[in-house]
Design a binder for this molecule. Structure first.
Ligand SMILES: C[S@@+](CC[C@H](N)C(=O)[O-])C[C@H]1O[C@@H](n2cnc3c(N)ncnc32)[C@H](O)[C@@H]1O
Length: 272
């Protein structure tokens, strides 16, 4: 099996370290661009490497990346990296992805693309798989730091020859997906929920990527409202990503589940 959803192979530490965020822009970046982002994130803007320990959003010619300065993770910078996903997008591989198998829906009108809402977009990896499989995807992300990283990843991918067509089907909606789903004018074919997994009693060595994400985002606190909004939007199918042995999200009763090595997809058939 391919390395699907490796970000979930570990669990959240119980007490994530939180540091204030600093936007560290390279001197080549136009000041107005850096200032706009700093205002949006309400983060101080600096043009030199911060001293001491800080959580930084680095803005340079390569795009936007999140990292820790002056700490164990300091060489690691996290950015939305769709290029790394390319091997998983090859047709033979893509159809083996657990998500794509879980998202399978009979396509009644081949001319019309299927519409998916990724209501917990994160860095957009699941959404990219869905877009590669032909879905038109609305990506909702409420965390402004994660949304900024995702926006930057999509911008770069749209200039990449192998990713441009796929990413043209990905539409970012920064903000709360509960509001987005309540205002949706059409019934989507698919809704995907992948809220941050809750902490487990036993702490585990968490991957660097997940460690950084947990510094800016808490485990989901509104699971029930998220599920209710998703069901009220009447998708043909609701797909929920869970830890392999975790309980169903907010007491849902899946129609069926697909289980992989570390994760499981609970699928609910909502309408035909
Ligand atoms: C585990 S991550 C999703 C990872 C994603 N599936 C991927 O492939 O990169 C969960 C994300 O959902 C976001 N989120 C949680 N609740 C949300 C809500 N109500 N509206 C929008 N985003 C939400 C969090 O900020 C977090 O970035």
């Amino acid at each position: 099996m391919t390395k699907e959803y490796d970000q979930h192979s570990q669990v959240a530490p119980q007490h994530p370290v939180r540091l204030p965020l600093v936007l560290w822009a390279d001197r080549d970046i136009p000041p107005t661009q850096a200032e706009q982002l700093a205002n949006r994130l309400q983060a101080p803007l600096v043009w030199n490497k911060p001293s001491g320990s800080s959580l930084v959003l680095r803005m340079d010619k390569n795009g936007l990346a999140l990292g820790l300065i002056g700490a164990a993770l300091s060489r690691y910078m996290l950015h939305a990296d769709f290029e790394r996903m390319l091997p998983r997008l090859k047709p033979g591989q893509l159809n083996r992805e657990l998500l794509i198998r879980a998202a399978r829906i009979r396509h009644k009108q081949e001319a019309e693309p299927l519409l998916a809402v990724d209501a917990t977009a994160g860095l957009g990896e699941d959404a990219l798989l869905l877009a590669a499989a032909g879905f038109e995807v609305q990506l909702c992300e409420h965390n402004p730091i994660i949304a900024a990283l995702l926006k930057d990843g999509l911008r770069r991918a749209k200039g990449h020859p192998e990713l441009a067509t796929i990413c043209a089907r990905m539409h970012l909606q920064p903000g709360n997906s509960i509001d987005f789903l309540q205002q949706l004018q059409i019934e989507p074919d698919l809704i995907l929920l992948d809220p941050m997994f809750p902490p487990r009693q036993k702490s585990a060595k968490v991957k660097k990527k997940l460690q950084l994400l947990q510094m800016v985002e808490q485990p989901c606190a509104n699971e029930k409202a998220l599920v209710q909004a998703a069901l009220a939007a009447r998708p043909r199918k609701l797909v929920i990503k869970r830890p392999r042995k975790g309980p169903p999200l907010a007491g849902t009763s899946p129609s069926y589940s697909l289980t992989g090595k570390a994760i499981r997809f609970d699928c609910m058939l909502v309408r035909s």
